[in-house]
Ligand binder design. Structure first.
Ligand code: 6R9
Length: 658
């Protein structure tokens, strides 16, 4: 919010001038659900002209216990979709596929990092989800109670999420890389009563100490009554009798029958915390009908899913991509999904390619940061494996640079697989801008076009549309079914954060331009949000963590270009008078941030400085610090700087050093 660079044009610039265009391969288009740009355009136009009729038609693809009375109730900025309709997400993802031969189809093909394998058919998933739903009921979880999930990437994470959905208990999944402090903050914010975790998970041959962190978090959370622990690694863990329960022990005593609860379309499905431009993560609330519809429909359109596809989304369920495109979207579509627990370079850098060969994966959906790491590790790794089963590649999480796009296309896709570069956000719930692989010509670095039903615009800070190829703020002009409903417990913040910058429009926080062919080019965040290896982090969240350390007086955090991660974390820190800069303190501060937030937020560099560049009104000029961190000259206006000397000192590298 409140970006430093006010109006479109000027300060949001694109340096990309990409002209290579890759039309959909003819044999791909022939069998695709949407076969041509004309077909796409007709669908998009119809959705624009009569959105309610369009969405109602699409919603018929889900199984409803009761049809809706009204498609949309729009009280800006509060939307209700399919009002009066009743359905259940777990029923749509599991039960309905068990009514015919698909009951024997693989739903999840799991591979653990140590190499253990499990296949759950749809009827196995139904049994496991029903049993765990009964476990939750046995612990007193009622419709509307929030359940926190802090698990490794194992089938139980999907099972637990669907079990929550089955009984109407919203889940909040916390990524296993977050610290005890971050976990407890989330549990307290949503007042979860039950936490589901594991003794540990495997990552690069080591155990991720989930139960240790869960214990640390639980100690700070008075609302938490029970902790369910799945035995994954089998090592010893501390135990709090009365509060802690083994998953397998609870499950041994429950029935495998638990009918899915008919829920209002607007019943909360999950809360997922994400970083905004303030210190405190926001609980993004998604509800059942609209979210499930768009997750499911976009999976079908964007991945052109076929019944015999083997689909692999590499995202962790702790992020929204794992919610929409490993859990709800593909399972609602009855797809076969690969799920992998561990690191891409364990035991060696060919692990992903071996998985693709072993399971004959046909669709791969991953992140640019991973692709750049694969490039660095070298093409000898993918070359060792047969990747001929692949037919489609996807990218998500950050802008993909054309070099990485071309490498993905040639080395992984063998030059034959279309690439779908999908732009969306935790808040949007589902993919918003992306090629449709049988219809849209793709261009390295462009997410191309909005999906049918999505009407974006690129505007100045005053809401005036910018011209062709001019940079501006990306907004969405109309409500869509999978949009966030609010920030959990904070409607005012929801309004302020998303709907006040450009009144009447949803403000994405991203800059973009649209070219003369109607293709969108995402230019990155225009607010104080960092995108580190595809993970969203707020500069202020890291600043708060730094200043919570006794030695730190003031901190400013900025992103710095990073070859693999996209952005690295660069911190400028002033110290309390009785503390002196030292390498030891630098390491201590890095560790402190990792402890407060999680290892993913560990700063790449910490600069000690005597003061920070500020405007006369006391605002830290991050723009200047970004230039210092990147080692480039600042071209922007510095006239509001309170003390020009500070900048000169920082530029000369005249930071206060040990
Ligand atoms: C799905 C997800 C959202 C932010 C978003 C934007 C960036 C995501 C992108 C992309 C360029 C793409 N982003 N996909 N930028 N091209 N294809 O990543 O959600 O974690 O909420 O992050 O990620 O900046 O605003 P989330």
């Amino acid at each position: 919010m409140a970006p430093e660079n006010p109006s479109g044009g000027g300060s949001i610039k694109s340096v990309l001038h990409e002209t290579r265009v890759f039309p959909p391969p003819a044999d791909f288009a022939k069998d695709a659900g949407i076969k041509s740009l004309d077909e796409y355009q007709a669908l998009w136009d119809r959705a624009k002209d009569d959105p309610e009729a369009f969405w109602a038609e699409q919603a018929a693809s889900l199984d409803w216990f009761q049809t809706w009375d009204r498609v949309l109730d729009w009280n800006p900025p509060f939307a209700q979709w399919f009002v009066g309709g009743k359905l259940n997400a777990s029923y749509n993802c599991v039960d309905r596929h068990c009514k015919g031969p698909d009951r024997n189809k693989a739903a999840l093909i799991f591979e653990g990092e140590p190499g253990d394998r499990r296949v759950l058919r749809y009827q196995d998933l139904l049994r496991e989800v029903s049993k765990f739903a009964n476990v939750l009921k046995g612990l007193g979880v009622k419709k509307g109670d929030v359940v926190a999930l802090y698990l490794p990437m194992i089938p139980e994470l999907v099972i637990a999420a669907l079990a929550c959905a089955r009984i109407g208990a919203p889940h909040t999944v916390v990524f296993g890389g977050f610290s005890a402090e971050a976990l407890s903050g989330r549990i307290q914010d949503c007042k979860a009563k039950v936490l589901v975790t594991a003794d540990g998970g495997w990552r690069r041959g080591k155990v991720v100490p989930l139960k240790v962190n869960a214990d640390g978090a639980a100690a700070l959370c008075p609302t938490l009554k029970s902790v369910v622990v799945y035995k994954r690694t089998g090592h010893d863990v501390d135990w709090t009798p009365g509060r802690d329960h083994w998953w397998h022990e609870l499950e041994a005593n429950v029935s495998a029958d638990c009918p899915a609860e008919p829920l209002d379309s607007e019943h909360p499905l999950f809360i997922l915390y994400t970083s905004g431009s303030t210190g405190k993560p926001k609980g993004i609330l998604h509800t059942t009908g609209g979210y499930l519809l768009q997750a499911s429909l976009s999976t079908k359109w964007v991945f052109d899913l076929k019944p015999d596809d083997t689909y692999w989304c590499t995202a962790d369920v702790g992020w929204v991509t794992g919610h929409s495109y490993l859990t709800y979207g593909p399972l609602a579509q009855g797809a076969t999904c690969v799920m992998y627990e561990g690191a891409p370079n364990w035991p060696d850098e060919a692990r992903f390619w071996k998985i693709i060969e072993d399971y004959r994966v046909s669709i791969l959906y991953t992140a640019p940061t991973a692709i750049r790491a694969f490039m660095k590790w070298g093409e000898q790794h993918p070359k060792k494996h047969d990747l001929s089963s692949l037919r489609l590649l996807g990218s998500v999480g950050e802008p993909i640079n054309p070099e990485a796009w071309m490498w993905y296309h040639e080395v992984i896709g063998g030059g034959r697989c279309p690439i779908v570069d999908t732009w969306w956000q935790t808040e949007t719930g589902a993919i918003m801008i992306s090629p449709l692989p049988g219809a849209t010509p793709t261009i390295p670095g462009s997410a191309t076009r909005p999906l049918p039903g999505i009407i974006p615009a690129i505007v100045t800070k005053d809401g005036v549309p910018v011209g062709e190829n001019e940079g501006g703020f990306l907004v969405i002009t109309r409500p869509w079914p999978s949009m966030l409903r609010t920030i959990f417990g904070d409607d005012e913040r929801y309004k302020a954060q998303y709907w006040s910058d450009v009144p009447g429009n949803y403000f994405t926080g991203d800059g973009a331009r649209r070219d003369e062919h109607g293709n969108y080019w995402i230019l990155g965040r225009v607010d104080d949000v960092l995108n580190v290896a595809g993970h969203r982090l707020s500069t202020m969240e890291i600043e708060s963590a730094l200043v919570s350390h006794a030695a730190v007086a003031e901190a400013a955090v900025v992103g710095k270009p990073d070859e693999i991660k996209g952005q690295g974390i660069s911190c400028f820190v002033t110290l309390e008078s009785h503390h002196a800069p030292s390498e030891k303190l630098r390491q201590e501060l890095r560790a402190h941030v990792a402890k407060e937030i999680g290892a993913l937020a560990r700063p790449d560099e910490i600069h000690f400085t005597e003061s920070l560049p500020k405007t006369r009104s006391g605002k830290i000029m991050r723009r200047l610090l970004r230039d210092v961190a990147a080692g480039v000259e600042s071209t922007g206006d510095t006239s509001t700087l309170e003390d020009v000397g500070v900048l000169a000192l920082l530029r000369r590298g005249g930071q206060q050093e040990e």
